[in-house]
Ligand binder design. Structure first.
Ligand code: ADP
Ligand code: MG
Length: 259
């Protein structure tokens, strides 16, 4: 998208570095994601994909570098030798703008499907319960689960639970959605229904960062494919380039293993 290059990216990651003890898990990661774009993050297990997403959503604190979402700083900024720390209230406000969907769905088991969707909008955003419920029903229709609002999560298949989790993230009206291997816990026959929902969101213009090993999905949906290896981005670009003719040896080895 040529127009996109002139705009300020919605997500701007610069020099992001994260250590766990003596292990440097992210080493100076730079990444831009423009509004309406989908970035797919690929890489071997342990390469730092989840940590990168968790830094974007304040679940981890960077040791250096910074993340900005819509021009607002996430976490820390290392700036002219000074580290700026955000106040908890600023972190809460920013986190509400970013939705996250995990491999294990993480639905509230004691709440119905509808209650899973209305809980945060009512408690965090102060939306009237009736209004939140109406919106929740629309979102359930959108993910193909109209009529299942009274069910408890354990009565649903994994694919249905993950679609509820996506609808729950959307109920907060996020500006950005993060997916961490959203289909890895699913039986193979249920993967397609979840990918179809994510693809529909991409078509509707949602900005997303998706960690997945589903190369077909990446090829079809991604604007940018980013390949992470040992905490570094070793290759990134349009799927037609990165997935068809990767230049980096580690990216080639990874792709030939998953394809
Ligand atoms: P990926 O999602 O690509 O598999 P992760 O971001 O989960 O990779 O992990 C990257 C590395 O960081 C791994 O070596 C992992 O063991 C380590 N790691 C992740 N979280 C923690 C943690 N909370 N404490 C210590 N090490 C961690
Ligand atoms: Mg991971």
């Amino acid at each position: 998208m040529t127009a996109g290059t002139a705009r300020h990216p919605l997500v701007r990651v610069r020099g992001l570095t994260k250590n766990f003890g003596t292990h440097q898990v992210l080493s100076g990661v730079d990444l831009d994601v423009h509004e309406g774009e989908v970035a797919v993050l690929l890489g071997p297990s342990g390469s730092g994909k989840s940590t990168l997403l968790r830094c974007v959503n304040h679940l981890e604190r960077p040791d250096a570098g910074f993340v900005e979402v819509a021009g607002d700083l996430v976490g820390y900024r290392h700036d002219g030798g000074r580290l700026h720390e955000l106040r908890p209230r600023a972190i809460t406000r920013q986190r509400a703008r970013v939705g996250m969907v995990f491999q294990q769905f993480n639905l509230f088991p004691h709440l119905t499907v509808l209650e899973n969707l209305t809980e945060a909008p009512v408690a965090v955003r102060g939306i009237p319960r009736k209004q939140a419920a109406a919106r929740a029903r629309e979102l359930l229709e959108r993910v193909g689960l109209g009529g299942r609002e009274s069910a408890y999560p354990k009565r649903l298949s994994g694919g249905q639970q993950q679609r509820v989790a996506i609808a729950r993230a959307l109920a907060m009206e996020p500006e950005l959605l993060l997916f961490d291997e959203p289909t890895s816990a699913l039986d193979p026959e249920l993967v397609g229904e979840v990918l179809a929902v994510i693809k529909d969101l991409a078509v509707s213009g949602m900005t997303m960062i998706v960690v997945t090993h589903e190369i077909g999905f990446a090829r079809e949906v991604a604007d940018t494919v980013v390949f992470l290896d040992d905490g570094r981005i070793v290759e990134s670009g349009p799927p037609g380039e990165v997935l068809t003719a990767p230049r980096h040896e580690r990216a080639r080895a990874f792709l030939s293993a998953v394809l």
